[in-house]
Design a protein around this ligand. Structure first.
Ligand code: BGC
Length: 873
């Protein structure tokens, strides 16, 4: 019956390549609700299982599967990442990054994406989608910010709920992740994030709470990190007290991949399913624990029950989702393309448009330069488990050229050397003066390989001409060793030189130039390239020493040096000078911003210089940033008239950017994060990285963990802690309360038209009471410009009379309004008890203090032209 319903939905989808609107109008079909009959069915299935079978079931297999239990009639279930496309089983639609979806401020669009990605999952026989990712954006370096929904828990929750509903309506279980407070990638297996209960409840839990209570998500994934000293997968407070008891979550709680660190701790700590395999939760470990009474059979049965319950409610026992060959669910999805385009159109955020340079009128712009590393190839998403291979991603270069074809001449130059060019073209000083016989095995670089991590004793010595991937001897991965490269560099000119280093994740290095340490990369799970700028003098040899600790059998480190003045190619400068407008696409790529490591706050090497050079050559410079959040813009922002943040725009980013530049589409994105003026201005700055180990801690470790953790980063010799000392004053909650001006405030985004707000009214609801305050807020938004456009009306609540200090403004409602010129929309927002409440640690509950509240309405956290008092009884 159920599969017929789903086939019917699917058949509708294929009949006429549906538009986004058509699809949204379709009736959606989620899981069937739990019932006594289902519980009886589960009882019967469990009764057929031995303890060993049960313990076997609660550990996954083959990386992405829940095991089958044929004797209980339970099929093998398939999973896939998530969350920006169904990435695990071949190429697919690459949707925009989560942060982009949040920048759309459009929950209906989130639902359309959910429907579309749900279809993609079914077309690949997938039962569980490992998404959405909803961790809060705490600071720019967080390597996975691009996957998540920004800094505000209310916005993140609203987007998550609709995304989940969309996915699950297609008969696929959504998995909300990573529970909880996975807000950075730095040392993610070992780091404990510590905060008070109020901060957890008000900032880091509400999006998950909404996903459970309103989205009825079928699965939750625990994070890698520890929370207040306890690993997420063993954290009874979060997994049991909050998730099960407070929120009544009945679905499956699975671990992140290799985020389980004990058998009994996880089994009793609330975890139902260890992924990707039962490394800890397995019959071998848990049978004795059950026999000795450490873990009860009831606890194990509960886990099995939850797995069975979700599978039955989603129909997997009768319809295993293995309909990959169903023609109604094509793998290359036209619906997906449309949704991805819509996401990019709605999320690209215009932050600066001096002199109304945009939109580019073809009457005055006849030539456009497209420059920068992010112009081509397309960068639909960041790196790691969310990375999707799109069938046909549209780069900014291709999108702009296609859109303006026949009207405007588009010129392209990357403008900067690639990393490989940096490494290959670095010629070190050759003391012998003799040309190298073999271009890669010269005399220039001395390589000393030591059989210890301290560069002690007599090394093996050999010479190479470049420091370029594999420039050392291979050896067993487990052997302790260190490698020292020494060379001299002869600068041709006086000035700053850029030193760029890239090594493998897990490796550590230290770069010294003329005896000064200029770069240090501790050993971590992953890493991006790092660079330093060092002044050198023409003709004076600079000594270079690179100390390297590698975790793998093959050393893999590269070093490139180039004069900063030579970074930007002459071609780029020329192209910029020749054209009427220049689009500079800067930012990161998946090797620079990714799961597994945190990224730099400064743009990748050379990009600041590229923007400066282009802005110098062309007064009509348009900078567009590909990133999961904020970047350092201080060097050039004042000199460029136009700034866009395009996030990770998904596979249709090029088409969308071109439509926005040309004015075919009004820019609609609004910031889902605050952009601080500098990394230091962010209140998180001083509590982002853990304190370095004390001498006593260092003595406990085989070698200093800050320099070298080795390959075994899962078993640290100490737990580093980060205390979220900003508490609830994160992002705009800090800026608005402390009267600090960020660079661009949360909620901000420009349009090609203008809007005004008027007629704010606050009406108590019929059932308004001290116990249950409830109000309806209404106001008008008018398009006061002369073209169609969209604004995001935002409603914030302040509580000046609370007994505790609360943020001046907190987002409690929003609506995206799309208006024709002169059109007005009357917006209403309902506020309930939770809209006024804070978490009281003393009462261990949500608390509303009666008294004066303030309602603020506008289109950013800083621009709230309408305010009104409201008296809560
Ligand atoms: C990530 C998860 C992902 C899982 C499976 C982990 O490394 O943290 O987000 O779903 O891998 O690929």
């Amino acid at each position: 019956m159920r599969s017929l319903v789903l086939n019917f939905v699917a058949a509708c989808l294929v009949s006429a390549l549906p538009t986004v609107a058509q699809n949204a109008a379709q009736e959606l079909h989620g899981p069937v609700p739990d019932s006594p009959a289902i519980e009886h069915q589960i009882d019967a299935m469990i009764a057929k299982m031995t303890l060993e079978q049960k313990l076997d079931l609660i550990g996954g297999e083959d990386s992405m599967f829940i095991k089958a239990v044929p004797s209980a009639g339970f099929p093998r279930l398939k999973m896939s990442d998530g969350p920006e496309g169904v990435r695990t089983w071949g190429p697919d639609t690459a949707y925009a990054g989560g942060i982009a979806l949040a920048a759309s401020w459009d929950p209906a669009l989130a639902q359309q994406m959910g429907v579309s990605i749900g279809d993609d999952a079914r077309a690949r026989g997938v039962n569980f989608l490992l998404g959405p990712g909803i961790n809060i954006y705490r600071a720019a370096p967080g390597g996975r910010n691009f996957e998540f929904f920004g800094e505000d828990p209310f916005l993140a929750g609203q987007i998550a709920v609709r995304y989940i509903r969309g996915v699950q309506s297609q008969g696929v279980i959504a998995t909300v992740k990573h529970f909880d407070a996975n807000n950075e990638e730095f040392n993610r297996h070992n780091l404990s994030v510590d905060m008070d209960e109020r901060t957890l409840r008000e900032i880091y839990l509400p999006a998950f709470e909404a996903a459970v209570k309103e989205g009825h998500v079928g699965a939750v994934m625990d994070s890698y990190n520890l929370i207040n000293g306890v690993h997420a997968t063993e954290n009874k407070h979060l997994n049991i007290d909050v998730l099960r008891k407070d929120w009544h979550f009945h679905g499956i709680l699975m671990s992140d991949w290799d985020a389980t660190y004990s058998a009994v701790g996880a089994a009793n700590g609330g975890l139902d399913l260890e992924m990707p395999s039962g490394k800890f939760m397995n019959p071998q470990n848990l049978t004795p624990a059950v026999q000795s009474g450490q873990v009860s059979v009831a606890t194990i049965d509960q886990k099995v029950r939850r797995i069975f319950r979700e599978a039955i409610c989603f129909g997997f026992l009768t319809n295993d989702n293995q309909d990959q060959l169903d023609a109604s669910l094509p793998k290359y999805s036209q619906l997906g393309r449309q949704v991805a385009l819509q996401e990019a159109l709605e999320s690209i955020t215009l932050l600066k448009n001096d002199g109304h340079l945009l939109p580019l009128e073809t009457s005055r712009v006849h030539t456009i330069a497209v420059l920068g590393p992010d112009a081509w190839p397309a960068e639909p998403g960041g790196g790691g488990s969310s990375h999707v291979d799109a069938y046909e991603p549209v780069s900014f270069m291709a999108g702009i050229s296609n859109a303006f074809a026949g009207k405007v001449k588009v010129l392209y130059a990357r403008g900067l050397p690639t990393e490989d060019e940096m490494f290959q073209q670095t010629a070190f000083y050759n003391p012998s003066g003799q040309p190298d016989e073999n271009p890669w095995m010269g005399n220039e670089v001395k390589v000393e390989s030591f059989d210890n991590v301290d560069f002690q004793g007599t090394p093996r010595v050999f010479h190479v001409s470049h420091i370029l991937a594999f420039p050392g001897p291979s050896r067993p991965a487990t052997a302790q060793h260190s490698i020292r490269y020494t060379a001299q560099y002869q600068p041709a000119t006086t000035g700053d030189y850029l030193f760029l280093v890239r090594a493998d994740g897990g490796d550590a290095y230290k770069l010294m130039v003329n005896g000064n340490t200029v770069l240090v990369q501790p050993s971590r799970e992953g890493q991006g390239p790092l660079y330093a700028e060092v002044p050198l003098t023409a003709g004076q040899l600079a000594s270079v020493q690179l100390d390297y600790w590698t975790h793998s059998s093959y050393p893999r480190i590269s070093l490139g040096i180039r004069a900063v003045s030579d970074l930007v190619t002459p071609e780029a400068k020329k192209v910029a000078a020749l054209t009427d407008a220049a689009v500079v696409a800067v930012g990161y790529d998946p090797s620079e911003e990714s799961e597994g490591f945190d990224r730099t706050y400064v743009l990748p090497f050379g990009q600041d210089q590229l923007i400066e050079a282009v802005a110098h050559a062309n007064p009509h410079t348009i900078v567009t940033i590909t990133a999961g959040g904020n970047v350092d813009m201080h060097r050039w922002l004042a000199d460029v008239p136009v700034l866009l943040h395009n996030w990770y725009p998904g596979q249709e980013g090029g088409r969308a950017l071109a439509e926005i530049l040309s004015g075919e589409h009004d820019p609609e994105g609004h910031l889902p994060i605050s952009l601080s003026r500098s990394w230091e201005q962010n209140p998180v700055h001083d509590s982002y990285y853990p304190a370095p180990p004390t001498p006593a801690e260092k003595a406990k470790c085989p070698y200093s963990e800050d320099v070298f953790l080795g390959y075994d980063y899962y078993q640290p010799c100490r737990t580093p802690h980060v205390t979220y000392s900003e508490g609830v004053f994160l992002g705009y909650r800090y800026y608005t309360t402390k009267n600090v001006q960020p660079l661009f405030p949360f909620g901000f985004g420009l349009s090609y038209t203008t809007f005004s707000f008027a007629h704010l009214t606050v009406t108590p609801s019929a059932h308004n009471s001290a116990a249950n305050p409830a109000y309806t807020i209404s106001f008008d938004v008018t398009n006061t410009g002369n073209r169609e456009g969209a604004d995001v009306a935002q409603l914030y609540v302040g509580d000046p009379s609370a007994k505790v200090q609360r943020p001046t403004k907190e987002l409690k409602g929003f609506e995206k309004v799309r208006l024709a010129p002169g059109q007005t929309k009357h917006v209403t927002v309902a506020l309930d008890r939770r809209s006024f409440a804070y978490w009281s640690d003393a009462k261990n509950n949500w608390q509303v203090d009666p008294g004066r509240f303030i309602v603020y309405v506008g289109d950013s956290s800083e621009h709230t032209p309408l305010t009104q008092n409201l008296q809560v009884p």
